[in-house]
Design a protein around this ligand. Structure first.
Ligand code: HSE
Length: 423
């Protein structure tokens, strides 16, 4: 028997309980063990839930789970600090396996906890922390173990993808689409984590760690969310045969890695452009395997529970892998590669008057950035008109300087919207 204690009975926790109950026989056949829930805890015992907790021991204080006779503690509380942190630490110190869906915790403290798990000879598993039901952690850590991974890129936040899809397909504004995503149970407790890109950043940091053997790090990423995207951008993107997607991408080689989170123009020829609604997808490239693409539900209770239970099955089978695919002490501090470059889309709201394009072109010329196309459509509304510039491939550092200089032009009515155009 594998004795399981679960902390957190929200969307995901409730689904984990249901899955373990509903698929009891299947799991026993596949592991040779009974997967038994020996304790649960959540903030509110009286809350109406979709799972049956009859006959399951309710523990008032989550930290007490670390002192039960459970073999494995499942942490579904969330957050990089507080109770989630204390519980994972206490459970590992007590020699219990830990399964968690907590991307913030793994992105911030994953290596330290991996070292602790290795020291105690237990597993620390976090398949559910990235891209919900998609088995991307196992793929990078195990299936691609024979490759130098060159890049990882994905749509990692279901809420943002749902919002961008709804804005394009149904003409919803960001608030209405976010409200729908929240009602469907995709969004984080604090929606800023979704729409400002923080959730994607945490997930990308974990994927980079697995891909490149580096300590997860969000502070060396360029990070932007989707607040600046307006329907006009989606229409311009369509004209350019692209869709707007919030992507997390990391690529690297011996000279270092580049990690970027932000909205991008993705050509319709790329499979990532076809990923809509709350779905997620991750593309990986390895030096021997070539391209690998995974697609599936990146959020929501049942899909995320599927990933949590996959980790529990590994624990039940006695499969043990270092949490990041190599010993925690071998994880390197990532060195940042300086030479990131891309083609760019820049949308400016400008006064519709002579000399504006010349002034903007001067800023680009001064940074040696070559213009591929300029599009101005429609008439002035509320004193400004959208002007879109597409650049040839340009260094990211130069584009950032351009953004700062453009803001200083009196003809520019609001901060520009900048998006790389994916190849
Ligand atoms: N808020 C996240 C998303 C949930 O929308 O993808 C899964 O991490």
């Amino acid at each position: 028997m594998l004795k399981i204690a679960i902390a957190g009975l929200g969307n995901v926790g409730g689904s984990v309980v249901r899955l373990l109950q509903q698929q009891r026989d299947l799991l026993r056949n596949r592991t040779g063990k009974r997967l038994a829930i020996v304790g649960v805890t959540a903030l509110d015992k009286g809350k109406k839930r979709s799972c049956d907790l009859t006959d399951i021991n309710w523990v008032q204080n989550p930290l007490d789970l670390a002192a039960t006779d459970a073999d494995v503690v499942v942490e579904l509380i969330g957050g990089a600090s507080g109770v989630a942190y204390d519980l994972v630490k206490a459970a590992l110190e007590a020699g219990k396996h830990v399964v968690t869906a907590n991307k913030a915790l793994i992105a911030e403290h994953g290596v330290k906890f991996a070292a602790l798990a290795e020291d105690r000879g237990v597993s620390l598993m976090f398949e559910a922390a990235v891209a919900g039901g998609i088995p991307v952690i196992k793929t990078l850590r195990e299936s691609l173990a024979g490759n130098h991974v060159q890049s990882v890129q994905g749509i990692l936040n279901g809420t943002c993808n749902y919002i961008l899809s709804s804005m394009w397909d149904r003409g919803l504004d960001l608030e209405a689409a976010l409200k729908e995503a929240q009602d469907k149970g995709y969004a984080e407790a604090n929606p800023s984590a979704d729409i400002d890109g923080v959730d994607t950043a945490n997930k990308l940091a974990i994927l980079s760690a697995l891909a490149f053997g580096t300590v997860p790090n969000t502070s060396n990423m360029t990070l932007e969310g989707i607040r600046r995207i307006v329907p006009t951008d989606l229409a311009f993107a369509d004209d350019l045969k692209c869709r707007v997607k919030l992507l997390g991408s990391a690529h690297g080689d011996a000279s270092g890695i580049v990690q970027r989170v932000g909205p991008c123009l993705v050509p319709l020829s790329s499979p990532l452009s076809q990923v809509s609604g709350a779905m997620n997808a991750v593309m990986m490239r390895g030096d021997f395997v070539g391209d690998v693409l995974l697609y599936g539900q990146g959020a929501g209770g049942p899909a995320t529970a599927s990933a949590v239970v996959a980790d529990l099955v590994d624990v039940a089978r006695g499969n043990k892998t270092p949490p990041f695919g190599q010993s925690a002490e071998k994880m390197q501090k990532p060195s940042v590669k300086a030479s990131d470059s891309s083609r760019y889309y820049i949308r400016l709201q400008v006064a519709d008057q002579p000399g504006v394009v010349a002034a903007i072109a001067g800023v680009l010329r001064d940074e040696s950035i070559s213009i591929e196309a300029i599009i101005q459509r429609g008439n002035e509304v509320a004193g400004s008109v959208p002007l879109v510039i597409m650049t040839h491939r340009s260094p990211a550092v130069a584009i950032r300087r351009v953004m700062t200089k453009l803001l200083q032009l009196k003809e520019i009515a609001e901060p520009p919207c900048l998006m790389p155009i994916e190849e």
